[in-house]
Write a protein that binds this ligand. Structure first.
Ligand SMILES: [Zn+2]
Length: 128
């Protein structure tokens, strides 16, 4: 599915939560629900676990090589049920991001394109 088609569909179906206040608070809610789904995959299901510790970043390693020395701190893989839940929650979040863009007359496609250009140009240095 093309992004513009998705964004247009969001505009068509968003009736009940059309206010910018509803959209902003729904964005917070869907963000929290996404985080909660990850937490439940750890604490209720157990298909993944989080084993976090300080990243061992050496000043002797070039920044472009640091990804080889860092970890996402996740052990395991999402089971099909947890994966389905996360797909649902992230989908809801993307829905309200699109709604926010529509309401403020911003183009998600332009935003993605601009970000793509930025990370392509700056590479691993783009997220400082
Ligand atoms: Zn699971």
């Amino acid at each position: 599915m093309e992004l513009n088609e998705f964004t247009q569909k969001v505009e068509e179906v968003l009736i009940r939560h059309k206010s910018i206040l509803d959209i902003m608070t729904k964005l917070q809610e869907t963000d929290a629900r996404t985080t909660r789904a990850v937490a439940k995959a750890v604490t209720e299901c157990g298909c993944i676990s989080i084993k976090a510790s300080k990243q061992q970043l050496s000043t002797e390693v070039d920044y472009s090589e640091l990804d080889k020395f860092t970890s996402n701190h996740i052990d395991g893989e999402l089971c099909p049920r947890c994966k389905e839940q996360l797909v649902h929650e992230i989908g809801d979040h993307i829905f309200y991001i699109s709604a926010l863009c529509n309401t403020l007359n911003l183009s998600p496609g332009d935003i993605l394109s601009k970000k793509h250009d930025e990370i392509t140009t700056l590479g691993k240095f783009s997220l400082f």
